[in-house]
Every structure is written in C-alpha cells, then in structure tokens.
Design a protein around this ligand. Structure first.
Ligand code: BDR
Ligand code: CA
Length: 325
C-alpha cells in the first residue's frame, strides 16, 4: 500500500468535513496537517470548524493552521451556506483542539522544504479557495519542488451555473490564486463540478453515516441533514454532491475515476471571473500539463466514503446525539 503524505487545505464547510474525516480514517493517507483558508465561511469560523472535525476524529495530533483571511485581489465572497458559520455544538460536539500558532502558509513552506530534503514530495488536497497555496508559491518559489501534486477540487467545464453562470465557488472566490497555482508548473489534478455532480448522496446515505460512523458519522448526518444540497431541478434525481471528498477518494482509489490531460486556465476579471477553461485538444496550448478528472464510478465512490466513515463506529461505540434525537 502506498501512503500519501498530505496537507489538506480547507475551508470547512460541510463537504470539507466529510473529506477530512475520510482522510483521517484512511491508512493510505498520512495527514501532515490542515491549513485553513477563508471560503465557505470566514477564516475564524473555518478554523474553529477544522478543530472540531479533528477533535471528532480522535486525531488531535494533526495540527490545524489558520491562513489567509481573504482572497489575493478580488472582493471577498463566502459560500452559499455561509450562514453555517462556526458549527454549533448541537451539530458537532466541541473539542479542546485549538489552531496552532504557526501561520498556514509558513506550515506549507516548512513541510514542503522538509519533503524536498527528504526526497519525498507531498500532496496538497486543496478543497477551498487556493489563496494559501498561491501565497506559499509566490513568496517561496522553491516550495514547488516539495509538492508532488495539488489535487484541486474546483472549476467547471460543462457543469456551469453553480455559483455564478460561469464559475465554481473555490475558483470564483479567488481566481487569481487559482491561476497562480495552475500556472506554477506544479503538477495539478483538477476535480471539477462536471465530475463531482456524478455522485449524489441522499438521506438514506446520511442515515448510514449516523448508524455506522459513531460520533463522526452522527456529526456528518447532522450537517448534511441541516444543509441540504439536493437540487432535483439541476440533477434530475434526488440527492446532492459531496464535492471535496472526491479528492481523497482519488488518492485512495484512482481506479474509480477517469481523467484527461489538458491545459487549464482561469478567467480572473470581469463578469466571467472564476470561469475555468480547458484545452483538451491542444488547439492553443502546447503542453497539456493538468490532469482533469472527468468521470467517476458513483456507487464505488459512495460506498468508499460510507465505508471509511463507518470506521469511526468500529473504533468506539457510537454515543452521538442526533438532531431531533
Ligand atoms: C466547493 O465549494 C464549496 O462550497 C465546497 O466546500 C466545495 O469545496 C464546491 O463548489
Ligand atoms: Ca470546500
């Protein structure tokens, strides 16, 4: 079994919570730390949520580092579910975990330099706006050598109209940062809405989190039940996506996905800011340097996520409080 050394750069966020819990339950992933960025919710709330998730997982050895409070250039926008704010104790139990003193960007710089020295570059799963990663690359370009790949949940090529008619949220929230990371020469895996929309989770799946996943599963049940992501008009069937967890699944089970190589770019200004485009046929760009994940095995991904969350139920008997319970 190959083990991926991973920093998760995140803006929790409900689907971020699922991704982090999935990673922390997976022996294939060695989570070096969580770096937090403003995105779905303001930075302070995102950091508090990351700490609660780490506490819930029983992995308080995994440090949480708060980073950029806002985007590089554009005005700040928060997620559609920004009202989530900090997860209430009724949804996710409190923990004693607190953010570390070191800034997220410094942590990324330090860990990637250590990885370069060890000759073992790390993976960054970027499941929020790419501000922290762009800052690390701008301030210290040598950081690129310590990064094996950035697995970026972001962008949309055909599944447009998510956050704006042209853009997916993580890229829209900081298009300049995305452009910097995508153009940095670092190997980038793009996991766009076109692919994440292919797996829809319903209440039946959330109930399995609660039944099988101990306190962690109960927290996910509470979060997904409260912040419903289903959109039958859009998807044509019941259920909603859990975007961010696809990055972790890609590392554990790449066989569940199909991908294509392309040059990828980002529109940074104007009405279409945050729009991502891909040159799949090398019409303009000569180097198809990004891996764009285009398809996934829906049942395979759903089962994998449920199975990983159920590991929390096996580790300790569930004592969790469910909403309305
Ligand atoms: C992305 O935006 C956020 O709302 C989610 O956490 C995910 O990272 C999906 O567009
Ligand atoms: Ca996110």
């Amino acid at each position: 079994m190959s083990i991926h050394k991973v920093i998760i750069d995140t803006d929790p966020g409900v689907d971020d919570a699922a991704a982090i819990l999935m990673a922390l339950a997976s022996p294939e992933i060695d989570v070096l730390g969580l770096t937090v960025v403003a995105g779905n919710v303001p930075l302070e709330d995102a950091a508090a949520n990351a700490c609660k998730i780490v506490g819930l997982s029983g992995r308080s050895d995994v440090p949480v580092h708060a980073g950029a409070p806002g985007p590089l250039v554009r005005d700040q926008v928060f997620g559609k579910y920004a009202r989530i704010g900090a997860f209430g104790d009724d949804l996710v139990a409190g923990s004693g975990v607190r953010p570390a003193d070191e800034h997220a960007v410094h942590f990324i710089v330090r860990k990637t330099r250590e990885a370069t020295e060890a000759g073992d570059p790390i993976t960054i799963c970027a499941i929020g706006p790419l501000t922290n990663i762009a800052l690390a690359l701008i301030q210290h370009p040598d950081v690129a050598r310590g990064i094996r790949q950035v697995v970026s949940m972001g962008g949309a090529f055909t599944a447009l109209g998510h956050r704006t008619p042209w853009a997916e949220f993580n890229i829209y929230a900081d298009p300049h940062a995305a452009e910097i990371v995508y153009r940095s020469g670092v190997s980038v895996v793009v996991m766009p809405l076109d692919m994440t929309f292919q797996a829809l989770f319903t209440q039946k799946h959330f109930e399995r989190f609660a039944e099988e996943g101990g306190q962690a599963g109960a927290a996910l049940f509470n979060l997904f039940s409260r912040f419903d992501r289903s959109d039958i008009d859009r998807f044509g069937r019941p259920g909603g996506p859990i975007h961010d967890a696809t990055t972790i699944a890609w590392l554990i089970r790449p066989d569940l996905f199909k991908s294509r190589k392309a040059a990828v770019g980002v529109q940074v200004t104007g009405l279409t800011k945050g729009h991502t485009y891909a040159d799949f046929h090398q019409k303009i760009a000569h180097v198809a340097d990004a891996t764009v994940v285009t398809d996934m095995d829906e049942a395979g991904f759903i089962n994998l996520l449920i199975e990983r969350i159920s590991r929390y139920g096996r580790a300790a008997p569930p004592e969790a409080k469910l909403l309305g319970g």
